[in-house]
Design a protein around this ligand. Structure first.
Ligand SMILES: C[S@@+](CC[C@H](N)C(=O)[O-])C[C@H]1O[C@@H](n2cnc3c(N)ncnc32)[C@H](O)[C@@H]1O
Length: 356
């Protein structure tokens, strides 16, 4: 170890660290832009001044001007002299087009982690026990759903289900389906609206998420969806389901092996289990090629690994822990014999079609 400070390295590391602070501040600004509907107001409008945007939105011009300049400084908005700003088409896809695109990203910007959650996370480094999704509360359930929703809404029915052997036909003819770890259950409501002959069950121990699911079913008038505040450990023990899904949740579970075995017991012999999990490798060095890897570790400590360690003896897989190799091994150990990996081009996720 050298004791001399390398000035060049110091300046470069200092810039990197302050860049993360800049990221924190820009994240907050993206949250405000999303929450206040400013991106939506700018979408398709071309060049706008703060004054024009104030007229459109009803917000104060001085506040908008500061926000617009900050967004131009962050290179999110295009800037044109003198003080005109544009949300480009690409920017609109990422920040304003929530219901019809797979690119929408603004839903991931939550405005920060509540101070009491930060206190609990700091404590977890001593106790080893993290927070379940239930403990993260109702807002977190909404936020998780909104961040993960675009692909479910746009790709599940037209692209993903048709790629699975025989599943679309079963759904059309009246299958019984369970989403294990369903969260707010957007998978279920999306499929239930398309396949009215099928029956859909959502299992999740998070009561806030199941409340969101029930509320949406009411709004949409869906009568073929039922939500259960229950973990995958309490699935029916007899073969019940033709199709099961688990999206972005095995790595969050304290006892994933118990749930994988329960799914095996609950799935009919010719059934299919579709797992979506984070695109990752068993090898940390390979994962280092992912330019957003640090963000995934942040998700892990603040939500995924925390949930997976929220009970004593939890498996603690965490965001990057259920890679294809682990998925193959764990499902095989539970008695599944068929395993097909699908890459639907999602930057963050891979899918596994698993069958008895
Ligand atoms: C990141 S969220 C994903 C939710 C949903 N599948 C989606 O894609 O929006 C992870 C979910 O796993 C749930 N979960 C944790 N442990 C579980 C268990 N043992 N059985 C079922 N779900 C569980 C959490 O409550 C949380 O709702």
């Amino acid at each position: 170890m050298t004791t001399e400070v390398d000035d060049r390295k110091l300046r470069s590391l200092s810039f990197k660290i302050w860049s993360y602070k800049q990221g924190e501040m820009v994240s907050l600004m993206i949250h405000l832009g999303d929450r206040l509907g400013i991106y939506k107001a700018m979408s398709g409008e071309g060049l706008l001044s703060a004054e024009q945007l104030a007229k459109k939105t009803g917000y104060k011009e001085r506040w908008l001007l500061e926000w617009l300049r900050g967004q131009a400084a962050a290179k999110i908005l295009d800037y044109h002299k003198p003080d005109l700003f544009e949300l480009t088409q690409e920017g609109a896809l990422l920040l304003a087009t929530e219901d019809t695109g797979t690119h929408f990203a603004a839903g991931a910007f939550t405005g920060g982690v509540p101070p009491e959650t930060i206190d609990s996370l700091a404590e977890a480094f001593t106790t080893g026990i993290g927070l379940s999704y239930e403990q993260l509360g109702s807002n977190a359930a909404h936020r998780t759903e909104r961040m993960l929703a675009p692909w479910v809404r746009e790709a599940l029915v037209p692209q993903i289900i048709p790629a699975l052997e025989g599943v679309k036909e079963k759904l059309e003819n009246g299958a019984v389906v369970a989403d294990v770890g369903c969260g707010g259950g957007l998978t279920l409501t999306t499929m239930a609206a398309t396949f009215p002959n099928a029956e859909f069950h959502g299992f999740d121990p998070n009561s806030h998420a199941i409340a969101n699911l029930n509320e949406r079913c009411k709004e949409l008038g869906l009568t073929n969806v039922k939500g259960f505040v229950a973990g995958g450990e309490s699935l029916p023990v007899a073969p019940t389901y033709d199709f099961m899904l688990s999206f972005d949740c095995i790595h969050d579970m304290t006892r994933p092996m118990d749930v994988i075995r329960a799914v095996r017991g609950s799935l009919k012999p010719e059934g299919t289990w579709l797992i979506k999990d984070i695109r990752s490798h068993a090898d940390f060095e390979k994962n280092m090629e992912n330019p957003l890897l640090a963000m995934f570790y942040g998700f892990s400590i603040s939500a995924c690994m925390s949930s997976a360690l929220s009970e004593p003896g939890g498996a603690g897989l965490g965001t990057l822990g259920f890679n294809p190799q682990v998925a193959r091994e764990m499902t095989s150990e539970a008695g599944f014999t068929r395993f097909t990996e699908h890459d639907f081009g999602e930057a963050a996720n891979l899918y596994y079609e698993v069958r008895p």
